[in-house]
Each structure stands twice: as C-alpha cells, then as structure tokens.
Design a protein around this ligand. Structure first.
Ligand SMILES: *Cc1c(COP(=O)(O)O)cnc(C)c1O
Length: 415
C-alpha cells in the first residue's frame, strides 16, 4: 500500500502472520455454510423464474414462498417469513414478539437489558404508543452477572413470571459484554426448556447469521429473527428482515405483519433477485467481515488499544468493539472510518440524537445500502466508555485498507 510508513508496514506483516491460522478457521466455516446454503437452493429447485417477484397483492409470489422454504431449510426450522415489508431489524423483531404476545403475557430477557431500540418497542422508555407495554404485555429481565447469564437468578425469575416468551440476544449490541456464542446459547436454551418448558425461546439473531457453523434454531430455539441489511442479506438486499421458527409461531408473526385473511399477501416486487443472491453470498460475506475484524483486533491490540473480542477469541458475530475512554478520540476514529468508505467519503459524521436510541449516536456508514452494517461501518452511542462498534465489510481487502489507513491517521499522524 502507498503512504504507509515502513514501521506500519512491518507491523501489518507481523499481524498477517499472527492471524493466518485464525483466518484458515474462518475459511473452513465459510465452506461449511456455503455447502448448507447451496444444498437448500438445490433441494428447493430454485429456478431463474423465482428471482422475479410478483406485484400488487403478491398472491402468487412463488419465488417469495420458495425463498421462505430455503431459509427454513438453512436454519433448520419448520417455517420462515422473509419479507421486504420489514422496515428494519427492530421492526422484524417487534413483529415476531408482537404476534406471539397477548394481553397479560410476560416477555423475559435472559441476557440482560435488550438492545436500545428493543427497549423502546417493549415500552421501557417514556413514549408508550404502539409498544408491547401499551397492549398489556409485561416485561422482566435477568441482569447479567459478570457479563454472563445468572442462572440462579434466572431460575427464580422464570418460576416467578412464567414468561410466554424468553428472549436471548446473541450479539452484544451497544453494550460492552461479549457476544454469546452458539455453545453458550445452546446451554441457555436447554436451561429454559428445563425450568420453563412452556416458554417460547426467541432469539435476536442480528449480526449472528453464518458467523459460526451452527444456528440457535438447530438447538431448540423456537423462533428467531434478524435483519437483511446485516449478514443474511449478503450486502445485496436493499431492505427487509426474516423470521424463522415453529410453524404456528411464524404464522402468528405473519398475521402481525399483514392482517387476518391477508397472510398470503405481500409482493416482493424487485427484491427477490437480491434476496436470493445475497443469501447465497452471505456465508462468504460474513466470513470476510469476520476476517476483517480479526485483522483489526490484532492491529489495534498492537497499538495498545483495548479491543474485544481479541483476534484469537471465538466469534459469534461480525462486530469488533474498540474502547476509547475518550469522546474526542472516539469521534475522530469514526470520522476516519467514514473517510475510508466507498460512498460519501467526503462527509464528516457528527454525534446526533437518533430515533430509538437514548444517547447521541455517531455513525460512519459510507455504504451502498443506507444504514447497512454488513458493509464496513463503525458506530456507537457517545457515552462512557466511549466504545466504537465496528462491523466488517463486504470484502476482506476493503476492511484491511480502511483499518490500516485509520490506524495510520490515528496513531502515526502522517498523511
Ligand atoms: C441491529 C440490531 C437490532 C436492530 O436492528 P435495526 O435494523 O437497527 O433496527 C436489534 N438487535 C441487535 C442485537 C442488533 O444488533
């Protein structure tokens, strides 16, 4: 690369050597997941005609229904609902919860307080309009203990509240806890099935898809949801979300998204081509993002920064957290990320209040798809410990170029 000092070149070479075995593990995972997705395409006889969605009511959107079956096979579930009508990940998660929680039911989060935007839809902030709380759904959560599930406390709370839905958030979101691995989630699911067998186990899988070889639904999770402008859309989906799980639970979500009597409706218009191709690419794109963050973790560690996960730690999403402990440095770094993006590289992001979030958020997102976080991006709420959440991008090469440049400008102060 040009404009990189000999000193930094040398460090990058060391990092390349250091992380090589870890990158090989990711390659192995990509092949495993790619085979799984390819098999689902073949078993469902995906044809060229399926790539063209219907218009209007979408009553005969054959490609849409087939894509649901492809998702269901990959996630090992009875049914799936993959739709462009989901406006965001939050809306997708909300629809899954809203469809399955009635007046008087309790929703319990096993993994501490949920992600910021979920707090809002549950009704934990001032504005209760349209929230689960407004329709009479009760909420409780099990506070984490040393950033892990507190099983003793959880047993008490589950026995006390008899929740209809027990939710598990896989990814860290904007917290400094670690992302839960599939092995940990497997243990959580087994625990809930034992202590509260009547509860629906629901997984917020945002950022998790294809970041390991297995998914929570393979280990008994009943319902799971995520965003298509994160991993599952492979960078090509322009919008949308997915819900997978048991047939009756997915049907309840379908009712909540549409209306009674209209559950066969919902045209995909021009989105199916991107949804199919993006899902086909998703194992590779997710792996590239993980590789990029492994590189970043190792390089930032060499710069003396506090990062999590460490480069050699088990990953279960595409996020790297870098702790700055300083608002100015945090903001400067996010601006550097924006500078190294393909789109809007000339724009300087600033910290602003954002709908759904309690603190000011700063976001670098020079992306092809607005707000997409399966493209190289970095963001975070401007609050202590001033952590930046960086998401790996579409290609390992871009992550590498961008991270090296950002490190150069942050730590070596040369042009
Ligand atoms: C991104 C994310 C969401 C919400 O998705 P949006 O598309 O931003 O609405 C929910 N939960 C977790 C853990 C996430 O990472």
């Amino acid at each position: 690369m040009n404009n990189i000092s000999d000193e930094l070149q040398k460090i990058v070479k060391e990092v390349d050597k250091q992380i090589a075995p870890k990158l090989a593990e990711i390659e192995d995972q990509i092949v495993y997941n790619q085979a799984k997705v390819l098999q689902a395409f073949q078993d469902n006889s995906v044809a060229e005609a399926d790539l063209n969605g219907a218009t209007g009511y979408g009553d005969d959107d054959i490609g849409r229904d087939k894509l649901d079956r492809v998702y269901a096979q990959v996630f090992d579930t009875e049914d799936a609902l993959v739709r462009p009508q989901f406006v965001s990940g939050t809306h997708t998660l909300f629809t899954a919860l809203n469809g399955n929680l009635k007046y008087g039911d309790t929703l319990t989060y096993l993994t501490g307080m949920p992600y910021d935007t979920l707090q809002k839809v549950i009704g934990l902030t001032d504005d209760k309009r349209g929230t689960l709380a407004e329709k009479g759904v009760k909420f409780s959560y099990v506070p984490l203990k040393d950033n892990l599930v507190d099983y003793d406390e959880a047993e008490k709370i589950l026995r006390r509240d008899q929740p209809k839905v027990v939710a598990i958030q896989r990814s860290r979101g904007y917290s400094t806890r670690k992302t839960f691995t599939i092995d940990q989630i497997k243990e959580m699911i087994a625990f809930v099935k034992k202590v509260s067998p009547q509860s629906i186990v629901f997984i917020d899988n945002c950022y998790g898809e294809f970041s390991e070889k297995h998914e929570a639904t393979e280990y008994g999770a009943d319902l799971m949801a995520g965003s298509l402008i994160k991993n599952a859309g492979g960078g090509l989906a322009k919008m949308g979300g997915y819900i997978v799980g048991k047939k009756d639970l997915v049907e309840n979500a379908r009712l909540a998204l549409t209306a009674p009597g209209c559950t066969d409706e919902g045209a995909t218009i021009g989105n199916l081509h991107d949804f199919y191709e993006g899902f086909f690419l998703a194992p590779n794109v997710t792996g590239m993002a993980e590789k990029g963050m492994i590189f970043a973790a190792a390089l930032f560690a060499k710069m003396g920064m506090n990062v999590t996960p460490a480069w050699d730690e088990k990953r279960s999403d595409i996020i790297e957290t870098i702790i700055f402990n300083d608002p100015d440095k945090m903001i400067k770094f996010v601006q550097e990320v924006q500078k190294n993006s393909p789109i809007d590289s000339f724009v300087t992001p600033e910290a602003v209040p954002m709908e759904g979030y309690e603190d000011k958020i700063i976001m670098a997102a020079g992306n092809f798809v607005s707000g997409s976080t399966i493209e190289f991006s970095a963001d975070g709420p401007v609050r202590p410990p001033y952590a930046v959440y960086m998401q790996g991008g579409l290609t390992y090469a871009h992550d590498k170029v961008a991270v090296i440049n950002a490190v150069r400008d942050t730590f070596f102060n040369q042009k």
